[in-house]
Design a protein around this ligand. Structure first.
Ligand SMILES: Cc1cc2nc3c(=O)[nH]c(=O)nc-3n(C[C@H](O)[C@H](O)[C@H](O)COP(=O)(O)OP(=O)(O)OC[C@H]3O[C@@H](n4cnc5c(N)ncnc54)[C@H](O)[C@@H]3O)c2cc1C
Length: 339
């Protein structure tokens, strides 16, 4: 009762990365609230997934297993989730801000009459004082996200309705095993009791999914280019450096808008969120919307001809110079100094 619950997403028989990121955050929130962490997994052939889920600190795992529940479809997943939450009354529910979470979250929150904050970048626990009513709300979920085009960071609370629901973008939270030996309780839901046959009105006959050709999110080295790179031709230098370092090429929105790189490479508030070991920012000024997607990188190198570029303030190393002269030198010295 009144626990933290994470909806775990399945895609092609695999639990999505964002679900593990949310379980990590969920465990942390549950510890602060001194309650349990629950997870809900809906799909087919679910035996064995507990081995992946329990190490993230899950105390209770709800499984809804039926051949008709995979792949995801809106009505049955919504119905099961809503009925389970009506029964269990979690105080906090977390979902990925993926196409599934963006479809499921609003339906569930609307059915439960609760609020939902989409695309959160941070979640914290804190109190809120309603001065007019002289009332203090304890231990609320602070749902934090950029607002007004990223110009402000808004903290949104839901003092009265439960559950407090939030979707979180992929890659924003850190994924971390809680305890490899941690184990919990498995509750197998009787699917017939949680979803009516009419909910299976849509049958998926065939699925065609085009896999993304770039894997920026999981790359430990990212060489990202901005408008200062100057041209698609100059971007080839970034590709050369990235391939030498075993990394991927990212881009700012200005570089994408200018046609220097494809949209699938855009990093930032309206692109991908990354946290690589090394982020080389080339000709990127460092506006807040870009920083939102990369500021958790372990080491940041900025190459910029403006020594006062805002990105230099968060960079570990700054190389003041032109991208087109600095990068060929980096490639040359790297080749000379590695076997
Ligand atoms: C709602 C909203 C969402 C947004 N989402 C995103 C997002 O997801 N991602 C994102 O990146 N932006 C986003 N933006 C845009 C963002 O505000 C900035 O406009 C953008 O990040 C700027 O990109 P930039 O740094 O490449 O370009 P600029 O700001 O033009 O900076 C270019 C930099 O290159 C340097 N430079 C110029 N020539 C050279 C050279 N030869 N060598 C070295 N350095 C050089 C300049 O000194 C400058 O610092 C968003 C904006 C809004 C309003």
């Amino acid at each position: 009762m009144n626990n933290v619950c994470v909806y775990c997403e399945l895609e092609e028989g695999k639990i999505s990365e964002v679900s593990f990121e949310l379980l990590t955050k969920g465990r942390n929130l549950a510890d602060q609230l001194k309650c349990q962490l629950e997870a809900l997994l809906i799909g087919h052939n679910l035996d064995g997934f507990e081995k992946e889920i329990f190490p993230y600190g899950v105390d209770t795992l709800y499984l809804a297993d039926d051949s008709r529940l995979e792949p995801y479809s809106t009505l049955p997943h919504t119905e099961i989730t809503v009925r389970l939450f009506r029964e269990q009354k979690p105080q906090i529910v977390l979902m990925g801000a993926t196409s599934i979470g963006r479809d499921l979250g609003p339906r569930v929150s609307s059915a439960l009459g609760s609020g939902l904050t989409a695309d959160c970048t941070e979640l914290e626990i804190g109190d809120h004082e309603e001065k007019k009513e002289k009332k203090v709300y304890k231990n609320l979920l602070y749902q934090i996200r950029p607002a007004f085009g990223g110009n402000i960071i808004a903290t949104i609370i839901n003092p009265d309705c439960r559950p407090q629901m939030a979707t979180v973008r992929e890659g924003v939270m850190k994924k971390e095993i809680y305890n490899l030996r941690h184990t919990g309780k498995i509750v197998k839901l009787d699917v017939k009791k949680y979803v009516d046959d009419e909910c299976f009105i849509v049958k998926i006959l065939e699925r065609h999914i085009e896999k993304s050709k770039v894997n920026i999110k999981n790359s430990s080295v990212i060489v990202a280019g901005g408008f200062g790179v100057g041209s698609a031709e100059n971007f080839k230098l970034l590709h050369n450096l990235a391939s030498m370092l075993g990394g991927e090429v990212g881009a700012s929105r200005a570089a994408v808008d200018a046609g220097f790189a494809g949209h699938e490479r855009q990093i930032g508030q309206t692109g991908i969120t990354v946290r690589p070991k090394l982020y080389v920012a080339c000709g990127i000024s460092g506006q807040i919307q870009h920083l939102a997607g990369m500021q958790e990188s372990s080491i940041i190198i900025s190459i910029n001809n403006d020594p006062n570029a805002p990105i230099n303030k968060i960079a570990n190393y700054v190389i003041a110079g032109k991208v087109e002269t600095v990068i060929p030198k980096m490639i040359r010295y790297y080749k000379e100094n590695t076997k």
